[in-house]
Each structure stands twice: as structure tokens, then as C-alpha cells.
Design a protein around this ligand. Structure first.
Ligand SMILES: NC(=O)c1ccc[n+]([C@@H]2O[C@H](COP(=O)([O-])OP(=O)(O)OC[C@H]3O[C@@H](n4cnc5c(N)ncnc54)[C@H](OP(=O)(O)O)[C@@H]3O)[C@@H](O)[C@H]2O)c1
Length: 332
């Protein structure tokens, strides 16, 4: 059995590569990377790397030959190079699905988003628009698909609100991909939880989310790989608990033995900033639109959780952050 990981130098893709031995026995992993990707950090054997680009259909056809499952995690939310949503994500995923059809790939696992993709959100966020479009394209294709809709990643959002703790020991963290204006904005809040006890929250701090660790999403991907009972299904997953941002601040307060307070970034302000920045930076406008959606909509377990999913023992926010905190102390 062979599994091709698209987006292998990303946060989730690289975790899947690290967990190569947890797939079913006799599964061979191939990491699809661009020549410009930071692929040396993957510690892959040269035989495990496949070079190509979503924008290059022939490279996808070559990569998909003899592959059983493709796990598609690529996204443009934090691009490292000058990427374009229409070219890399829309045309790119179309190329990928066509290559899978042509090569007789048995299953595509596509990582999507758990918040309902209503027009209200898709017309203002490129990421949401393209996730919806890609889900529809996959469902109408002839390849068996497993769509995994995920809530917010702890690895990203516990860092983006103002902490470096989630980044401890991570070589390919998404947040560290920020560049340009996004990097500048990030530098203002980088360690504000550790330094000032302030967490920058999108929207009302009472809003809850079913935060999940990337480690657990990787486990789900592995559980559904090459399992026909999960073919042609949309699975919505959530973390182990629904937490408000206040709860997240409490976890940080306990960990750092200091009071951590939320500073609210109101939803209308995030929406306005997204509109104002669009003519100058589609990337920043998209990131702000995602924050606006998070500020506007709760994504909780009880509403979306698919009870038919295989069980995975999941990390709570407390365990996740305590583990990262230890790692950060050791690496100092
Ligand atoms: N963060 C969240 O809270 C959240 C929530 C729900 C769902 N998701 C989804 O989870 C998935 C995994 O996210 P992540 O955090 O692992 O993403 P990430 O760290 O930003 O990684 C993105 C990956 O996509 C690759 N890529 C981009 N354009 C490409 C192209 N044209 N050709 C080939 N590869 C390309 C990048 O390669 P380079 O290194 O070469 O740039 C990188 O490996 C995404 O689909 C995301 O939308 C995330």
C-alpha cells in the first residue's frame, strides 16, 4: 500500500510523515514537496520524497502513479512563497483530483473545515469558498473520498492569541510560516501571554470552540486510511472538550502561575479590516476573514461531532499546553 501526502511540509502533513510507522503495516509513505519547500526538516529518505507542485498537473500524475491513498492537506492560509488562491488552490486541487482519477487512486482524504460553509462566510473568505468548492468537486468525482472537517487547531490558535509555548519543538509550525505584514503583526503579540498576561481573542471570549491538537487529527487520518467503510463520507471531528477563550486563558493562567486576561478583537472590526486590506493583500484579508468567522461562530462538539467515528484518545488543552511547556523549558 502506498500513501501520498500532499502538503507534507505543513504542520499536519509533516506530522503524518513523522507517524509513518503508525499506518497499517506495509504502508509506504511518499511526501509530495515543492523544490522550494523546507523538505530537509522532514528527515525523509530521498526515496520517500516526490517533487512537484499542485499547479503542475504532470507532476501530480507522476506522483499518483501506483498510489492507493492521497492525503490532501495543502492550504494557502500562510503561504511561504508567492502563491495565488486561484492557481494553487482552485486549479491545484482540480489538477490533483483529475490526476487521482487518471491514476486509479482508491481514496482521497481531504482536510476541510468544521464551521458550516454558508454563503455568509464563503463569500467573504477565500479559504472557506475554496474548501466548499473542493468538497463539491471531490464528491462529484469518481474517486472515493473521505472528507475530514476539523475545528480550530490548538497548535495554531493557542499560539496566535499571543504565545510561543505551542511552537516548542515544532520545526514546521504553520504560525512560523508568517511573512511580510502578517509576520510584523505577529511580532506585536508573539509572547504577550507569557510577558504581559494578555491573550488576543477573536470575538467574545465566552464563545466556545472544540479545539483539537494536530497530533489527534493525524491519528484520525491514519485510522481512516485505506478503510473502505470510510469511503465517500464526510466526517466532522472535534477535540475532547468545548472550551471558551476564557477557559483557554484559565489553562494558561494555571500553567504560568499568573493571571491571563482576554483582550477582545470585535467581530465587526475584524470584518472591516478584512475588507480594507483586500486590495493590498489577499493573504492578510483572508486571514482576517477567518478570524472574523471564528469571532462570529461557535464550533462545538455537541453540534457537529460525528459519533460513528473511530475512537482516538485525545489531548485536552491542559495536557497539550503542559506538554509543550515542558518541552519549551527543556529546550531553553
Ligand atoms: N489551522 C486550523 O485551525 C485548521 C482548521 C481546520 C482545517 N484546517 C486545514 O488543515 C489542513 C492542514 O493545515 P496545516 O496547518 O498543516 O497547513 P500549513 O502548515 O500551512 O501547510 C501548508 C502546506 O501546503 C503546501 N502547499 C501550498 N501550496 C502548494 C502547492 N502549490 N503545491 C504543493 N504544496 C503546496 C505547503 O508547501 P510549502 O511548504 O512548499 O509552502 C505546505 O506544505 C489545511 O487544509 C487547513 O485548511 C486547518
Amino acid at each position: 500500500m502506498k500513501t501520498l501526502i500532499i502538503g507534507a511540509t505543513g504542520q499536519l502533513g509533516s506530522r503524518l510523515v513523522q507517524k509513518r510507522n503508525e499506518f497499517i503495516t506495509q504502508n509506504e509513505i511518499k511526501a509530495f514537496v515543492r523544490p522550494s519547500s523546507d523538505y530537509k526538516k522532514l528527515n525523509c529518505q530521498p526515496s520517500e520524497l516526490v517533487f512537484g507542485d499542485l499547479t503542475d498537473k504532470q507532476s501530480l500524475i507522476d506522483a499518483c502513479a501506483g498510489i492507493d491513498t492521497v492525503i490532501a492537506t495543502a492550504t494557502l492560509v500562510f503561504p511561504r512563497v508567492k502563491d495565488c488562491f486561484e492557481l494553487d488552490e482552485r486549479a491545484g486541487y482540480q489538477n490533483l483530483i483529475e490526476a487521482c482519477e487518471l491514476c486509479g487512486v482508491k481514496q482521497i482524504i481531504f482536510i476541510s473545515i468544521a464551521v458550516p460553509m454558508t454563503t455568509h462566510f464563503t463569500r467573504h473568505s477565500k479559504t472557506y469558498e475554496l474548501k466548499k468548492w473542493c468538497e463539491e468537486l471531490l464528491i462529484s468525482s469518481s474517486v472515493s473520498h473521505t472528507i475530514i472537517r476539523c475545528p480550530l487547531f490548538m497548535d495554531d490558535y493557542f499560539a496566535l492569541i499571543g504565545s510561543e509555548i505551542p511552537l516548542a519543538g515544532e520545526k514546521l509550525a504553520t504560525v512560523n510560516r508568517s511573512k511580510g505584514i502578517t509576520k510584523l503583526l505577529r511580532s506585536f503579540v508573539r509572547r504577550s501571554i507569557e510577558k504581559y498576561g494578555l491573550a488576543w481573542i477573536p470575538g467574545n471570549a465566552h464563545k466556545r470552540q472544540a479545539f483539537i491538537a494536530v497530533e489527534d487529527i493525524a491519528k484520525y487520518c491514519i485510522r481512516v486510511t485505506q478503510k473502505p467503510e470510510f469511503y465517500n463520507r464526510v466526517l466532522t471531528i472535534g477535540g475532547p472538550e468545548d472550551l471558551s477563550w476564557h477557559d483557554v486563558c484559565e489553562v494558561y493562567s494555571e500553567l504560568l502561575a499568573r493571571k491571563v486576561r482576554p483582550v477582545t478583537l470585535p467581530a465587526p472590526v475584524l470584518f472591516l479590516l478584512s475588507k480594507l486590506t483586500r486590495p493590498f493583500s489577499t493573504v492578510l484579508a483572508n486571514q482576517l476573514s477567518i478570524l472574523w468567522i471564528i469571532a462570529s461562530k461557535e464550533c462545538v462538539r455537541e453540534a457537529y461531532w460525528d459519533q460513528t467515528l473511530p475512537m482516538v484518545e485525545m489531548l485536552t488543552a491542559k495536557h497539550y499546553l503542559a506538554h509543550k511547556f515542558q518541552r519549551a523549558k527543556v529546550s531553553k
